[in-house]
Design a protein around this ligand. Structure first.
Ligand code: SF4
Length: 493
């Protein structure tokens, strides 16, 4: 009974940017009695069905974006006699779909770290259950990745997780509902030991794949204090203290290490926190700006973000304190007009953010937006598939804009979004942004990574025809391999 763990993908680049952490965590959670699991990351290369034998176990992790390919793999592997088990956010939200479309024997909801060995034991005993609930495990129980199984020279950045869960409740995000609103912190010593191992394997760039690296804001503490809620205040202070302790430990790591993470914009008000991040080698952060207008922020329940000059000021704060930003904006919000696109590009440039992404409003399952959208639909369908189950369509058949807009057509929104990507990532604009980097090698890396980022995340997401999709993949392959060398160090392990 060989265990296979697979990250499904419709496109393979040969080299990938970030290690899919869950594959290596579940490999750690696989008891030795079942041998060494076969790990397949289809963003590198597609599954070879001939490697699957009768009686094997195929663990398939899916999110909404790759569920279609995941179900296809399940059907292929089941036809070859394997046991099919699904996990991941999408399987947690729609377990019944995995049986109907993905030939599942079993589905695991929630965190897989602890329950995976039970699933395997039940399969081995011929007693597999249809549904397992892994729940939300405590941060101290998070498993490390089994990094000795990494393929050679395949990834640019490694990934670890320092905290799961986010106390916010943005309407387009499912994190607070699936991972919970109580931050679950991983133990600092385990985490630092894992990072040291990754460094010894040659990774200088590591993604802190957290839901929100700043789980306690100064405003949260002030509010608890005003409410005279001493137990909440103590709990918040303890979390904050532990974040600083973690950052102090990260600061002791070799100077050539670079971490990136994901954080809310409120961190700009906490310059003590930003300074600790810089000392801890955290040089980049994805910040969800979402909209540059107050109406847009209200649309997504994120009115704790600022707008206008105050927003520019806040974004600049990160850079002033040594943290580069990948600012994320959403287009297609009900309050957006044709002017919003231009205003967003202008603001991103004025705020001096290093990278930006412009994503189309898409109601993701598990979110408040999705529920509202699902209720409001009169069930239009494409090829017999209701639009509210769009992920069941092959990627090329999916629409690019899902929610009707009061003023703009889907094609207008798509074109204006594409134009914003083009403007932000024009060679002259990238070159201008790269002037903060002193070395020629560093500037070159910045230009190449900017172009690669645009190719991977703009063109493939926005492409309307398959030829363009193939061209984008080819370009990404060409850029990715030489670029990888700029990010890694010599392995010592
Ligand atoms: S978008 Fe970010 S801040 Fe909002 S709920 Fe999701 S993880 Fe939290």
């Amino acid at each position: 009974m060989r265990v296979h763990l697979i990250n499904p993908s419709d496109v393979s680049f040969g080299v990938a940017v970030i290690t899919p952490r869950w594959l290596y965590v579940l490999a750690s959670a696989t008891p030795d009695t079942y041998g060494v699991p076969a790990i397949i990351d289809e963003t590198l290369s597609p599954l070879d069905p001939d490697t699957v034998s009768p009686g094997d176990v195929m663990g398939i992790g899916i999110h909404t974006g790759n569920a279609h390919r995941g179900y296809e793999i399940g059907r292929i592997a089941r036809a070859r006699g394997a046991f099919i088990v699904y996990g991941g956010v999408h399987a947690t939200l729609f377990p019944e779909e995995a049986y109907a479309h993905g030939a599942a024997h079993a589905v695991v909801k929630g965190d897989g770290d602890l329950i995976w060995s039970q699933v395997l034991a039940d399969i081995a005993a011929g007693n597999v259950q249809k549904l397992y609930d892994g729940g939300r495990i405590d941060g101290r129980s998070f498993f490390k990745g089994r990094w000795e199984l990494l393929p050679k020279d395949a990834y640019m950045f490694a990934s670890v997780q320092t905290v799961r869960g986010c106390p916010k409740h943005c309407s387009f995000c499912s994190v607070w509902r699936t991972d919970g609103q109580t931050p679950r912190l991983r133990g600092t010593d385990d985490l630092v030991a894992e990072i040291r191992e990754l460094r010894s394997r040659g990774f200088r760039f590591i993604l802190l794949a957290d839901d929100n690296f700043y789980p306690v804001t100064k405003t949260d503490m002030a509010m608890a204090s005003r409410r005279l809620d001493s137990s909440s205040l103590l709990a918040l202070e303890a979390i904050r203290r532990e974040r600083f302790e973690l950052m102090e430990k990260l600061a002791e790591l070799p100077d050539d290490m670079v971490f990136m993470t994901q954080i809310t914009m409120e961190a700009a008000e906490d310059t003590e926190y930003l300074d600790a991040m810089r000392k801890a080698h955290i040089r980049g952060a994805l910040v969800g700006v979402e909209s540059v207008t107050a109406a847009g922020l209200k649309n997504v329940y994120k009115d704790f973000n600022l707008t206008g000059d105050a927003l520019v000021e806040q974004l600049r704060k990160f850079r002033e304190h040594g943290v580069h930003i990948l600012a994320s904006f959403i287009f297609g919000l009900p309050s957006d007009t044709a002017e919003t696109f231009d205003a967003t590009a202008t603001l991103a440039q004025a705020a001096n953010v290093s990278f930006a992404q412009f994503v189309l409003l898409m109601p993701f399952p598990g979110t408040v937006d999705f529920e509202k959208w699902e209720k409001s639909q009169e069930a239009p369908s494409i090829d017999g598939v209701p639009l509210t189950r769009h992920w069941l369509l092959p990627p090329m058949r999916r629409p690019k804009v899902y929610t009707p807009h009061p003023r703009m057509t889907p094609e207008q929104i798509r074109q204006l979004t594409q134009a914003t990507w083009d403007r932000f990532y024009s060679l002259s604009a990238i070159w201008q942004r790269s002037d903060v980097i002193r070395s020629a090698k560093g500037r070159l890396a910045f230009v190449l990574i900017s172009k690669l980022y645009r190719q991977m995340y703009a063109n493939t997401g926005m492409a309307t025809d398959s030829a363009r999709h193939v061209r984008a993949s080819r370009m990404s392959r060409l850029l990715a391999r030489p670029l990888r060398r700029l990010f890694v160090a010599k392995a010592t392990a």
